[in-house]
Write a protein that binds this ligand. Structure first.
Ligand code: SAM
Length: 278
């Protein structure tokens, strides 16, 4: 049998879980294996509500992409650590606004590419790159990125639920500035990061994920996470756009019928927001 027909694809590491597949398991997807489901169940056990938090993060993604495409009028999206295809992916939301909107997905997990291809996500306006996002040059020089992204016009950089995958040694927040550097003023950042102001709980969740053997960073506190938007102009998280601009619990960002909440009454949440490059 040719490699192209074999499932799982031979390049997949089946010896330990991956974040993309465990996250898919949390979201109730089918693109995961026993070790991934064990990790998802272990995280849910130590932090009840992780599944709901992942759902809130996806709902935030859809609202934020709709806002960036609709209100900011940005038509190109670079979605880093995009994850396995699920409902309401970036290209679906962005291209609902305008079919010409362009999306570049990047993920380190080869299964993302395999499934995106299977779902025929790749077309004239959307591509998927398998790369380590920490190699900014490799991503930005990839033929697909060069074909779809015009850096003379504003780009929306998406870093959702990704930066906590990196340890402090990687200087994860510097990635935001390295990617935004060649993008013009008016470019946008859509961001979320697993966050807690309970240090003991943050450590317990972090240790549970590390114990699975998959590379990961850590849960950070809200003060640390503010570094994601340094030098950017935050957008108001209020539905009508009038409230103070700040980072909030993703479940309260421009969610109809909900007031934005900075520090929710939760042990852990996705700290999130949208910001614009001045
Ligand atoms: N961004 C999606 C979302 O918010 O729904 C998926 C988030 S998932 C928790 C994190 C994703 O980042 C996974 O798909 C994982 O494979 C990817 N990832 C982790 N480290 C990466 C790296 N160094 N380079 C590229 N992708 C990475």
């Amino acid at each position: 049998m040719s490699d192209a027909l074999r499932f799982p694809p031979p390049e997949l590491d089946m010896s330990k879980p991956t974040i993309a597949r465990a996250y898919d398991a949390l979201l109730g997807g089918k693109d995961n294996f026993d070790l991934d489901r064990d990790l998802a169940a272990g995280v849910e056990e130590i932090n009840p509500g992780s599944t709901v938090m992942a759902q809130h993060n996806r709902a935030f993604l859809a609202r934020a992409v709709g806002f960036v495409a609709g209100e900011l009028g940005i038509g190109q999206f670079l979605d880093l650590g995009s994850g396995l295809p699920t409902a309401e992916n970036t290209h679906q939301v962005a291209q609902r606004n305008s079919p010409q909107n362009r999306v570049v997905y990047v993920d380190i997990d080869p299964m993302v590419l395999a499934h995106a291809r299977a779902l025929m996500v790749e077309n004239d306006t959307t591509t998927v790159i398998t790369a380590d996002v920490r190699d900014v040059g490799a991503v930005m020089n990839d033929a697909g990125a060069r074909r779809l992204l015009n850096t003379d016009e504003p780009v929306c950089l998406m870093l959702l639920s990704l930066l906590h995958c990196f340890p402090d040694e990687d200087d994860p927040f510097s990635l935001v500035r390295r990617y935004l550097e060649p993008f013009p003023s008016g470019s946008a950042l859509v961001y979320s990061h697993t966050c807690s102001d309970d240090a003991e709980h943050a450590r317990a969740v972090t240790e549970r994920i590390h114990s699975s053997g998959t590379p990961w960073g850590r849960v950070r506190n809200p003060q640390e996470c503010e570094a994601a938007v340094a030098g950017m102009e935050l957008v108001s998280p209020s539905v009508d756009g009038t409230g103070p601009a700040r980072l909030v619990d993703c479940d309260t960002w421009r969610k109809p019928g909900t007031d934005p909440v900075d520090i929710p009454d939760k042990r852990i949440w996705e700290h999130a927001g949208v910001a614009v490059k001045p």
